[in-house]
Design a binder for this molecule. Structure first.
Ligand SMILES: Nc1nc2c(ncn2[C@@H]2O[C@H](COP(=O)(O)OP(=O)(O)OP(=O)(O)O)[C@@H](O)[C@H]2O)c(=O)[nH]1
Ligand SMILES: [Mg+2]
Length: 365
């Protein structure tokens, strides 16, 4: 499998937040796209936002805003403009022409983070499949843009970097090939799973919004040393470890984090990984109740992130018991009210882990 280099120098980016839904929080959206940009090592030069009422088919944002941004870019040139919206190929083409800069959308940015982070063969195949699924419908419309701003860089990186030049048939063929490869890995996984079922080893899946602390919790519970980091999508591979619960051994699996508007290309490509969550005996839904806006401390994000996670779980048909684990309580001073099937812990300060294990055991029988 081809590997890909990450940029040595930080690229500069201008972010464009697009608000289309009523009641959508500008702070939350700005914060999230900023964190995504930082997670792929972009330097954020500025942020523009627009409430889009009259949807402009050619450029999504209105022509006045397009001009304003183009003017700004003349004074503050950047390497890439990131539009926090799902763009079509022709919208990307139109906007890059207006801005005279490479343009990528939210999905392209998320795929870039994944392309950087994929370590195992399976994750690489999945990212490559996701990139191909993403590029395929854009192929015809984007003809001519990719050469213009050179190869490499955010949004151009990784397994799919030259795909725009390839013709559709080649791309489709590769998609087929990748799906087959991934299916083979999935089969192997199922054999392992059946093996475990024979041995009646119960399985727990850690799921939740990106950066909630899933990997840290797995480390704390199993004294492991899995990569955890304060950036989005630190984990792209599922890792399973043994967890000892007072006389019983279970398997606990770390999974890829969720995010709002998780690109369907990624959901499709990572389906076999998500199945780990679907087939577990118990789901630990890890929540970071301290996640707040960079700009407004009072705004709590976790309600929305819980909604997103629950929706993905419902969408993949995960119907088993869910235990909500509020993490990072070392950062909380106030009383934290807990409902049934909710527990509060700190993975890094190791608070509440014994109670968590007791609760897991209770819920597994
Ligand atoms: N203060 C505090 N920080 C924590 C705690 N648990 C995790 N963190 C920090 O939160 C950040 C994210 O933790 P991860 O374990 O990488 O989160 P994750 O859910 O695995 O994230 P992704 O893999 O990106 O989806 C890291 O910087 C951790 O050190 C905790 O209990 N308290
Ligand atoms: Mg992780």
């Amino acid at each position: 499998m081809k590997t890909y280099s990450t940029a040595e120098e930080k690229e500069k980016a201008l972010l464009v937040v697009v608000l289309t839904k009523k009641g959508e929080s500008k702070n939350r959206k700005t914060d999230e796209i900023t964190r995504l940009a930082l997670s792929t090592d972009l330097e954020v030069e500025g942020v523009f936002s627009q409430n889009v009422k009259d949807f402009n088919r050619a450029t999504v944002i209105g022509s006045g805003k397009v001009d304003e941004i183009a003017e700004y870019l003349k004074q503050h040139p950047v390497d890439v403009v990131v539009v926090d919206y799902k763009l079509t190929g022709s919208q990307i083409k139109n906007l890059s022409k207006e801005f005279d800069t490479r343009v990528i959308d939210r999905v392209g940015l998320i795929l870039d983070i994944f392309a950087r982070g994929a370590k195992t063969n399976e994750a690489k195949l999945q990212v490559r499949l996701a990139q191909n699924l993403y590029n395929l419908p854009k192929l015809a419309d984007m003809q001519g843009t990719s050469g213009r701003f050179g190869n490499g860089g955010v949004g151009m990186r990784g397994p799919g970097e030259t795909k725009l030049e390839l013709n559709r048939r080649l791309l489709e063929k590769e998609i087929d090939m990748l799906k087959k490869e991934i299916a083979k890995i999935k089969e192997r996984r199922q054999v392992n799973r059946r093996e475990r079922e024979k041995n009646r080893i119960k399985r727990i899946a850690l799921v939740g919004y990106t950066n909630a602390g899933k990997s840290s919790l797995l480390n704390a519970l199993t004294r492991e040393n899995i990569y955890a980091d304060d950036k989005y999508f630190a984990t792209l591979d599922t890792t399973s470890r043994k967890l000892y619960l007072d006389g019983e051994t279970v398997m606990i699996t770390d999974t890829v984090g969720f995010i709002s508007e998780l690109p369907h290309e990624l959901v499709d490509a990572f389906a076999s990984t998500l199945e780990e969550a679907k087939d577990a005996d118990l789901i630990l839904h890890v929540v970071d109740p301290t996640a707040t806006s960079l700009t407004d401390d009072k705004e709590k994000y976790y309600i929305e992130s819980m909604r997103v996670t629950n929706k993905v779980l419902d969408d993949i048909g995960a119907t088993q018991n869910r235990l909500v684990v509020y993490n990072k309580i070392d950062l909380i001073n106030d009383e934290f009210e807990l409902k049934a099937n909710e527990i509060a812990v700190s993975a890094t300060k190791k608070i509440g882990l014994d109670q968590l294990k007791i609760k897991i055991k209770e819920m597994l029988v």
